[in-house]
Design a protein around this ligand. Structure first.
Ligand SMILES: NC(=O)c1ccc[n+]([C@@H]2O[C@H](COP(=O)([O-])OP(=O)(O)OC[C@H]3O[C@@H](n4cnc5c(N)ncnc54)[C@H](OP(=O)(O)O)[C@@H]3O)[C@@H](O)[C@H]2O)c1
Length: 235
């Protein structure tokens, strides 16, 4: 119960990695609030969690989020997993599509850092992705956004100190993010990737949630990126 009575906010907590972070934080004794754009999705997530959690409808792609977050009671730990990134080959992608990903994921993280009150000695954990280190054709903007987030966190670790600021960088994770792919294609992609990875598996959301809990509860960890990629950067 390492997070007993601590206030934890998970922005992106209604699905995937964020939902798994909320589950682990609540199981460790935290008072958890989950935030996301859709109030209905938040309610649905709150109903599947085995612990009571509060919900906070919020769009971090919008500056209004700054005002909402600034008005909240200070948190011990804040995790941001939210962010929609539209990928595609640069010569086929519109500027506005590329910018919308940057606005939601990078500037979203920036808005959270700028506005959210965090108790002294608490933590902020952002989310990047392995494309930051291991770019892929067709995913260039995702890699650039993720790299920018890692740079942001290193600076924030100094400026917001003693609040600790870290990043979790997942590789491929089996979450609803991939639900737009037809089942057979998704399964084949996951199996192909797992076979190529040194860990011989792709991550579950809960595998990655462990890293956020580590970032929250390890008092010496700040300004760093925890890579949860199954060894992807090595191949
Ligand atoms: N899954 C992977 O393979 C993978 C790999 C590398 C990195 N990542 C990164 O990990 C993070 C989490 O991914 P996931 O797989 O858990 O995705 P997910 O299952 O789609 O969950 C995304 C969550 O973020 C919320 N959200 C999205 N945009 C938001 C916004 N503008 N404001 C507030 N909440 C917002 C969503 O709720 P609403 O839609 O209701 O807002 C949802 O709760 C993302 O940043 C993603 O880029 C994922």
């Amino acid at each position: 119960m390492e997070l007993q009575n601590q206030r934890v906010l998970v922005i992106g907590g209604s699905s995937g990695i964020g939902l798994a972070v909320a589950r682990r934080a609540a199981a460790s004794g935290a008072d958890v609030t989950i935030a996301g754009r859709s109030a209905a999705r938040l309610e649905e997530a709150a109903n599947v969690l085995p612990f009571p959690v509060a919900t906070l409808p919020l769009d971090i792609a919008d500056d209004v989020a700054r005002e909402v977050l600034a008005g909240t009671t200070p948190w011990h730990h804040v995790a941001v997993t939210a962010g929609d990134v539209r990928t595609g080959p640069i010569r086929k992608q519109s500027t506005s599509d590329a910018q919308s990903g940057m606005n939601a994921k990078f500037w979203g993280a920036w808005r959270v850092a700028a506005a959210t009150p965090i108790i002294q000695g608490g933590s902020l954990t952002l989310t990047s992705g392995a494309f930051a280190l291991r770019p892929a054709p067709g995913r260039v903007i995702a890699g650039a956004i993720n790299a920018a987030i890692e740079g942001l966190a290193r600076g924030l670790a100094l400026e917001l100190a003693p609040t600790r600021v870290n990043v979790v960088s997942p590789g491929l994770v089996d979450t609803p993010l991939w639900s737009a792919l037809p089942d057979d294609k998704r399964r084949a992609y996951f199996e192909r990737t797992a076979a190529a990875l040194p860990a011989r598996r792709i991550a579950t959301a809960d595998d990655i949630a462990r890293l956020y809990l580590t970032a929250m509860t390890t008092p010496i960890l700040t300004g760093t990126t925890l890579l949860g990629d199954g060894g992807h950067v090595l191949i």
